[in-house]
Design a protein. Structure first.
Lengths: 651, 279
C-alpha cells in the first residue's frame, strides 16, 4: 500500500524528528512532528477510503445496440457498452482510475476502456466502448479494476469492483433459406398464393382448386368458380400436419476444443440455429437434443416463436461450453488461474484472509505416491527431505547407542559406530540439498503457495465443505477439475493436453456414441410421423465405434424416418469434397523445413480417410453425410425437408 | 473568432500548486530570517525553487537537508559553510583513516534557540512545500508506482507512468490543503509544547526522554489506530471473505490431520485409476 515515494517521505520525517530530539536540535522537532502527523493523517484517510468507501462503489453497465438497451447480444453484431461508476452518499474518492475488463468473448472495436477522476458527491466516472461478440455463447462482464492513490502518491491501492453481468450471445438470425436475414422477418403468414406446406389437408389456407370428385364434402366446393366454369370445382386446403425435424447437436468435449468462436461447436450451433429458424419460418416443428459424453438435454419439437427463443437460448448457452479433462496438468493451470484471480478476486487473496503458512511450502512437499504421473524430480524432492530425516534419526540413534556402549566399557560394533559417525553428516547433507533445491529452484515452492491461495478461493466459490481446501491441496485430479470449472466459468482460455501419456487422443469422447444412439432411439419411439433426424455430431475420430449409433439409425430408417449426418470439419483444412487430393505427406516438402507442411498434409489425409469411412458406414443405410465445412450445410438440410414434403405429396 | 466561440480554458491545478509551493518557500524564508541566519536563509527556498523549475524528484529531500544543515549550525553557533565542509572532511577522514580525535570548530555566532512562532512557520512552510511539491509530481511525473505487468493489448510494451491530468486538480483540494496544513502544524506545535514541559528523573537527557516519549506515544497511537482499523475492516467483511477467513482458520488448525486423510484418499483414487487403465 505504501509506495516508494511514501517510504522516502516517512523515513525523512522520522529522521528529522529523531535528529531534533536526540541531536538536541529543537527547531527541527516541530518540523518532523508536523510531517509525521500529516503523513499519519493522510494514511488513515487513505486506509478508510480503500477499505470502506470502495465497498460502496456501484457499477452500472448498459449494453445497447443501434435501437437501444438490450439484454441479449447477436453474434457478429456490434454492441455499445457503457459503464458508470457511482458512489452514493456523501463520501467521495478524490482520484480513482477505473479500467473495464473486456470479456474474453468480446472483441473491442473502438472506444476507451479506462477513465479517471474524482468519484462521489454527485460525480460519476463513465466510459464507453464498442465491441463485437464473434460467436454465440455467453459473455460475462466481471466488473472494473480500480486503482486509487492519495494526491501526493504516498499510498496506492488496487482492487476490483465486481459487477457481474451475464449476457447471452444469440446466433445470427437466418431466413427460410438458411441465409442471414436481410429483409423484414416478422411476417408469420406468407403472401397470397405462396404455399409452404404443399401437402393437401384439412387446414384453413387455400392450396389449390381441382375438379370435384364424388365424396368431396360439399363445404369444400368453390361455388363461384363452379358457376363460372359450369362444373363443380373443389377447394384444396393446406395440410395441418407439418414436418418435424429433430436436431441432435453434439456438445461433447471433442467439438469444444479450440478458441471460442472458431471451434467446431460454434459452427454446429450456427447450423442448428439457422435450421431451427428456417423451419419455424415455414411453420415446421423443430426439436433440439443436445448431447455430450454423459447426458442429453432435450427440447421437444414445436413451432411457436416462444419455442424458437427457447431453442436459440439453449444453443447459445451450449456455444459457451469449454472443454474439460481430468488429465489436465495442475502446474499449467495454477499460474493462469492465479493471475486471473489476482485481477478479479484480489479481496479473496489478501494475505490477512488467505495465508500461506511456512511449513507446507518449505518443508512438507507432497510425496510422489499421491501424484498421478510422478517424474524423477517429484520422487527425488521429498525423498531428500524424508530420507534425510530417516538417516538423521538412525544416525543419531546409532551415535547415542555407540556412546552408551562406550561408556559402559563395551566396544560398540563397527557398523553401529560407523552409522553413528556417518549418519548425522549424511542427514545434514541431504537436508542441505533439499533446502538448496527449495532456494535455487523456487518454482515448485511458488506453485505450492499459489495453489494454497487458489484452493481456498475455489473452495469458497464452489461451495465446498470445510475440508474442501485440504482436498484441493492434496488431490490433483480434484484440483484440475475445479480449476477448469473456474476458468471456464469466467471464459478464460486455458491450455489442455490433447494426448495422454500413452499417446491416446483425450477428446475423442467415444461415450457420446452410446448417448446419441439412446437419444435417437427414444426420439424414434416418440415420433408420430415421418420425421427428419439431423445428427450434427463429430464422428470422425470414432469411425470404428459407430455400431450402437448405426443400429439406432437402422431403427429410424425402418420406421420411414429420414436421417442425415452433419460432421464438423477442422478449420483451415481443405474440404473433403474439394477435387484435389492431398499428395503423399512427405512429397515435395523440402526436408525439415517442410515439416509443418507435411504434418498438415498428414492431418488432411487422416481426416479425409475418417470422413470417407463415416460416409461409407452411413451410406449403407441410405443416410447422407454432409461436411460442415461446406457453406451450404443448412441448405442441404432444408432441401432434405423439402424432399420429405414432396414424398408426402406423392403419397 | 468571437469570445463565445473560444473553448473554455481548462483549469490548471498545477499553477495553483506552484503558487502554494512558492508561498511555502516564502514562509520558510521568513522563519529562517527570524532565526537570524542571514544570507544563508535563502538556501532552502532557492533549492526549492530550482527543484520546482526543473521538476526534480528529490526537491523535498534537498530542502530538508538544507534546513537540517542550517538549523544544526545555528543551534551550535557555527557558520553553515564551515560546518558542512568540516562534516565532509571528518566523514572522509573517518572513512580513510578510521576514527580519530577532531578539534572543535570555532563558533562564529552565539548559539540561539528559535522562537515558537519561527518554529511553527518553518514547520508550516516545510509541510506545505512537501505536500504541494509531491502533488505537482503526481501531475507532472507519476502518481502510481510503475506496473511491471504488460498491457493486455500490447504484450511487448509496458504501460507508461500514470500521471494525473492537470485539469482534474480542483481548486477545492488546493484550498483544503491550505487549510489543513496550518491545522496539522498547530496540532504538532501543541504536542511539542506539551513535550517541552516533560522532564525525567532518569539518567537521561531531557531531550532524549522527550524523544522516547514521542516515539512511544506516536508508535502506540499508530498501533492502536491500525488495530482499530483492522477490527473495523473485519466487521465489514463480505460473506465470501468471512467464509474464506473461517475456512482458512479451520485448515490451519487441523491441516496435519486433513493432509493425512486426503493424501490417502488421493493415493486410493490414483491406484484405482491405474488398475482401471491396466484392465
Amino acid at each position: 500500500m505504501l509506495t516508494t515515494r511514501g517510504w522516502w517521505f516517512l523515513v525523512l520525517a522520522v529522521l528529522v524528528m529523531a535528529l531534533g530530539f536526540f541531536a538536541e536540535l529543537p527547531a527541527l522537532v516541530p518540523v518532523g512532528l508536523t510531517l509525521t502527523l500529516w503523513f499519519a493523517a493522510v494514511g488513515a484517510l487513505f486506509y478508510l477510503r480503500a477499505r470502506v468507501v470502495v465497498r460502496r462503489l456501484r457499477v452500472v453497465r448498459t449494453l445497447a445496440d443501434e435501437r437501444g438497451p438490450v439484454d441479449t447480444l447477436w453474434a457478429g453484431r456490434p454492441v455499445d457498452v457503457r459503464v458508470e461508476v457511482r458512489l452514493p452518499g456523501f463520501l467521495s474518492l478524490p482520484y480513482a482510475v477505473v479500467t473495464e475488463r473486456v470479456p474474453f468473448a468480446l472483441e473491442r472495436e473502438a472506444g476507451e476502456v479506462e477513465t479517471s477522476g474524482p468519484v462521489g458527491a454527485g460525480r460519476t466516472l463513465s466510459l464507453a466502448y464498442r465491441a463485437r461478440p464473434p460467436a454465440p455463447g455467453r459473455v460475462r462482464f466481471e466488473g472494473v479494476r480500480l486503482r486509487l492513490a492519495d494526491l501526493q502518491g504516498f499510498f496506492y491501492h488496487e482492487t476490483f469492483v465486481p459487477a457481474v453481468v451475464l449476457a447471452r450471445v444469440l446466433p445470427v438470425l437466418a431466413d427460410a433459406g438458411g441465409k442471414p436475414a436481410t429483409t423484414k422477418r416478422h411476417n408469420l403468414l406468407p403472401p397470397p398464393g405462396i404455399h409452404r406446406l404443399r401437402r393437401p389437408g384439412s387446414g384453413s389456407e387455400l392450396l389449390d382448386l381441382r375438379d370435384y370428385r364424388p365424396g368431396d364434402p360439399p363445404r369444400t366446393i368453390a361455388w363461384k368458380v363452379s358457376a363460372r366454369r359450369d362444373r363443380l370445382v373443389t377447394k384444396e386446403f393446406e395440410s395441418e400436419v407439418p414436418l418435424t425435424c429433430t436436431l441432435f447437436v453434439d456438445t461433447s468435449n471433442s467439438v469444444r476444443l479450440g478458441p471460442p468462436g472458431l471451434n467446431a461447436l460454434a459452427r454446429l450451433i450456427e447450423i442448428a440455429a439457422a435450421v431451427a429458424q428456417a423451419n419455424t419460418a415455414v411453420r415446421d416443428l423443430t426439436g433440439v437434443c443436445l448431447f455430450d459424453e454423459k447426458a442429453v438435454t432435450l427440447v421437444r419439437p414445436a413451432r411457436t416463436a416462444r419455442h424458437l427463443v427457447q431453442t436459440i437460448n439453449l444453443l447459445a448457452d451450449a456455444g459457451g461450453l469449454a472443454p474439460t479433462t481430468g488429465q489436465a496438468r495442475v502446474a499449467a493451470l495454477v499460474p493462469l488461474a492465479h493471475a486471473f484471480a489476482e485481477e478479479v478476486y484480489p479481496y479473496l487473496l489478501r494475505a490477512d484472509l488467505n495465508r500461506v503458512p511456512f511449513l507446507p511450502t518449505w518443508l512438507l512437499p507432497r510425496p510422489a505416491w499421491v501424484l498421478p504421473r510422478p517424474t524423477l524430480r517429484d520422487t527425488l524432492h521429498p525423498a531428500l527431505l524424508y530420507g534425510g530425516l530417516i538417516v538423521a534419526v538412525l544416525g543419531a540413534g546409532a551415535a547415542i547407542a555407540s556412546l552408551a556402549l562406550y561408556f559402559a566399557d563395551v566396544m560398540p560394533p563397527a557398523p553401529l559406530a560407523g552409522l553413528g559417525v556417518v549418519g548425522v553428516p549424511a542427514a545434514v547433507l541431504m537436508f542441505g540439498l533439499f533446502l538448496a533445491w527449495q532456494v535455487f529452484f523456487p518454482r515448485r515452492r511458488r506453485l505450492t503457495a499459489l495453489r494454497k491461495r487458489l484452493a481456498a478461493l475455489l473452495s469458497v466459490r464452489h461451495g465446498l465443505a470445510p475440508g474442501g481446501l485440504a482436498a484441493l491441496l492434496e488431490d490433483d485430479a480434484h484440483m484440475a477439475e475445479h480449476l477448469q470449472r473456474f476458468l471456464a466459468e469466467h471464459q478464460v482460455p486455458y491450455p489442455l493436453p490433447l494426448y495422454d501419456a500413452e499417446g491416446r487422443y483425450l477428446f475423442a469422447a467415444p461415450e457420446k456414441v452410446a448417448v446419441l444412439a439412446r437419444a435417437v432411439t427414444q426420439a424414434v419411439g416418440k415420433g408420430h410421423d415421418n420425421e427428419l433426424f439431423v445428427l450434427i455430431a463429430d464422428l470422425l475420430e470414432l469411425a470404428d465405434r459407430l455400431e450402437p449409433l448405426l443400429a439406432a439409425v437402422r431403427v429410424a430408417r425402418a420406421r420411414h424416418h429420414q436421417v442425415m449426418v452433419v460432421c464438423p470439419w477442422p478449420p483451415g483444412l481443405p474440404s473433403p469434397n474439394s477435387p484435389e487430393e492431398p499428395a503423399h505427406p512427405f512429397h515435395g516438402t523440402g526436408g525439415a523445413a517442410g515439416l509443418p507442411r507435411a504434418l498438415r498434409r498428414t492431418t488432411a489425409l487422416r481426416f479425409r480417410r475418417a470422413y470417407r469411412e463415416v460416409r461409407q458406414a452411413f451410406a449403407r443405410l441410405g443416410v447422407p453425410v454432409i461436411c460442415a465445412a461446406d457453406g451450404d450445410s443448412v441448405r442441404l438440410i432444408l432441401d432434405r425437408m423439402e424432399r420429405l414434403r414432396q414424398m408426402g405429396r406423392r403419397r | 473568432m468571437t469570445k463565445r466561440d473560444e473553448a473554455p480554458a481548462e483549469y490548471d491545478g498545477a499553477r495553483d500548486y506552484v503558487l502554494l509551493c512558492v508561498t511555502a518557500l516564502m514562509l520558510m524564508l521568513l522563519a529562517l530570517v527570524q532565526m537570524r541566519l542571514g544570507p544563508w536563509s535563502l538556501l532552502p527556498p532557492l533549492l526549492g525553487t530550482v527543484a520546482l523549475l526543473f521538476r526534480w524528484r528529490g526537491g523535498p529531500v534537498l530542502v530538508l537537508a538544507a534546513l537540517l544543515l542550517l538549523v544544526a549550525s545555528r543551534a551550535q553557533g557555527f557558520d553553515p559553510f564551515l560546518l558542512a565542509a568540516r562534516s565532509v572532511d571528518l566523514a572522509l577522514d573517518w572513512l580513510l583513516r578510521g576514527p580519530r580525535f577532531a578539534p572543535a570548530l570555532p563558533r562564529s555566532l552565539p548559539p540561539r534557540a528559535p522562537s515558537p512562532l519561527a518554529e511553527a512557520l518553518l514547520a508550516l512552510g516545510t509541510l506545505a512545500f512537501c505536500a504541494g511539491f509531491y502533488r505537482l509530481q503526481s501531475l507532472h511525473v507519476r502518481l502510481f508506482p510503475p506496473d511491471p505487468r504488460r498491457s493486455p493489448g500490447e504484450p511487448n510494451k509496458r504501460p507508461g507512468p500514470h500521471r494525473r491530468p492537470a485539469g482534474q486538480a480542483a481548486l477545492g483540494e488546493v484550498l483544503l490543503l491550505a487549510v489543513a496544513a496550518p491545522v496539522v502544524t498547530v496540532l504538532a506545535e501543541g504536542f511539542w509544547l506539551w513535550l517541552r514541559k516533560q522532564e525525567t528523573t532518569l539518567d537521561l537527557a531531557d531531550s532524549s526522554w522527550r524523544g522516547l516519549l514521542a516515539v512511544w506515544l506516536l508508535g502506540g497511537g499508530a498501533l492502536a489506530a491500525a488495530w482499530l482499523l483492522r477490527a473495523l475492516a473485519h466487521r465489514r467483511l463480505s460473506r465470501d471473505e468471512a467464509l474464506l477467513y473461517l475456512q482458512d482458520v479451520v485448515w490451519r488448525e487441523t491441516r496435519g490431520e486433513q493432509r493425512r486423510l486426503y493424501r490417502w484418499l488421493a493415493w486410493a483414487r490414483e491406484r484405482r485409476r491405474r488398475r482401471e487403465e491396466k484392465a
